[in-house]
Design a protein around this ligand. Structure first.
Ligand code: GLY
Ligand code: MN
Ligand code: MN
Length: 464
């Protein structure tokens, strides 16, 4: 937990951004896995963590904007709880640690909310993402579950994004810790990527590294020799010489800040010539995009810059042809990279995504595209100092997509379909880093994780 003043200051700034009413923040509850008492690993809600800091279930935070007062509602443990959970500090004591002096039992929350409703004051919430939240809110607000969404406040969402998008030095230090854990996860993955291993042996080992050094992984690990399937969560393939293995994995720190790193390596530790060509194209896109990151530039422009570098690399190996700028303009590159260049990071690996991607990654001056591939760009807005984001270009050979485009002869002036046929067994490559936008440019966060061909081969030579 940070100092109490950090949380008081965040709440003060949020209240200053808001006009009136109350803002209601549900902390998360335990969620059952396969029977009621067998629960998933508890994860506190990120907005609750940001403003109220307490990493415990069954709490509700309230900010009264009109009266400039903050409340935490929660129940102190009783003797039954102490038997199963051990002694716990009182809610009042925990609230004091985050600068909140008004606390009350959860049973009092319903009458508190009714009183606010009687006074005709607005009650504002953020979007929900768990069924339990909808039920709890329907009960509290005395409305049907379908009406709960009417209380979601655009003003509140925008005010939260304005605060959370800019990371302070303490948050940046936490994200760097998370990247340093990812360093150990990724170098271990590289050193294990030898023929005969099953993907799950590596995935399980690196998940353990995250748990041992901080918290659980920040999202389910993607580790596969079928990297062309973008969110591939299967780990059943046996590694074979000639395949590329994608590892997209990050850690959460004890304070719940995330990392999100991808590395792609040749099974067996040596790149062949075909792999080198594609790998270098993606690496150049990653490096050039990072070089261009600075305040004032729109991330959408960096996305297209990376696309151009990728096209240049694919022209070198003969897979693309024609004028690079025209190919990017026509979005011909989306056959190879049908996703966006990156997203913001913080508590959430896709930071604040629960508030709505378009509120988080776009603004009045930058509207989201609707075209294939580019529509998946989660962030297009102008960069500001303090934003932390990922840069994650990739190149994928998706047989079904290649077949579809080829059948239509789509963008045939830019794509060499005959050669592309011979790449259908290639898989995919993605290279992802976590970047802080600084006052003058940017900084790659954490200990540098091997990413050039030479660095990867040298790391893999130290086989595990
Ligand atoms: N880990 C999923 C992503 O890179 O966004
Ligand atoms: Mn990732
Ligand atoms: Mn990512």
């Amino acid at each position: 937990m940070f100092d109490a003043v950090v949380y008081s200051d965040r709440r003060k700034r949020l209240k200053n951004e808001m006009k009136s009413g109350i803002a209601l923040f549900l902390g998360n509850q335990e969620a059952s896995y396969n029977y009621p008492a067998n629960t998933y690993h508890f994860r506190q809600d990120s907005n609750f963590l940001y403003f109220f800091g307490i990493d415990l279930y069954n709490l509700v935070g309230v900010m009264d904007i009109d009266q400039d007062k903050d409340y935490i509602f929660g129940n102190d443990v009783d003797i039954e709880d102490i038997i199963w959970m051990g002694p716990q500090p009182s809610i009042a004591y925990q609230a004091q640690q985050v600068g909140v002096s008004h606390t009350a039992n959860l049973a009092e929350l319903n009458s508190f909310i009714s009183q606010v409703q009687k006074e005709g004051r607005s009650i504002q919430i953020v979007p929900t993402y768990r069924g339990e939240q909808v039920i709890q809110l329907a009960d509290l607000l005395n409305v049907s579950h379908k009406e709960v969404k009417n209380y979601v406040s655009e003003d509140l969402i925008k005010a939260i994004v304005k605060l959370r998008e800019i990371k302070d030095e303490y948050e940046i230090a936490e994200i760097e810790k998370a990247v340093d854990i990812a360093y150990d996860m990724h170098t271990t993955s590289m050193r294990m990527a030898y023929p005969g291993r099953v993907e799950r042996e590596i995935a399980g080992t690196i998940e353990g590294i995250s748990l041992a050094q901080g918290g659980p992984v920040s999202f389910p690990i993607i580790l596969s020799v079928h990297g062309e399937t973008l969110h591939n969560h299967g780990h059943a393939n046996v590694l074979e010489e000639g395949r590329m293995m994608v590892t997209d994995a990050g850690a959460e720190t004890v304070m719940h800040y995330s990392s999100d790193i991808t590395r792609t390596v040749p099974v067996g530790g040596k790149f062949n010539e075909r792999q080198k060509g594609i790998y270098q194209a993606v690496l150049d896109a990653n490096v050039k995009a990072i070089e261009a990151i600075k305040p004032g530039i729109k991330y959408r422009d960096i996305h297209f810059l990376a696309a151009g570098v990728l096209v240049d690399g694919l022209k070198k190996v003969g897979l693309m042809k024609g004028d690079t700028a025209a190919a990017v303009q026509a979005e011909a590159h989306t056959l190879f990279m049908p996703h966006g260049l990156g997203h913001q990071m913080g508590f959430d690996v896709h930071d604040m995504e629960g508030l709505g991607e378009n509120y988080v990654g776009y603004d009045e001056n930058t509207k989201r595209a609707t075209t294939f591939g580019t529509a998946y760009l989660r962030m297009g807005k102008e960069l500001k100092p303090g934003i932390v984001l990922t840069v994650e270009p990739g190149c994928y050979f998706i047989p079904a997509l290649i077949d579809e485009w080829k059948a239509e002869n789509k963008h045939a002036e830019f794509i060499n379909y005959d050669l592309l046929e011979t790449y259908k067994d290639f898989g995919g490559i993605r290279i992802e880093d976590d970047i802080l936008v600084t006052q003058t440019g940017n900084r790659v966060l954490g200990k540098p994780i091997p990413k050039t061909i030479e660095e990867i081969e040298a790391t893999m030579a130290n086989k595990l």
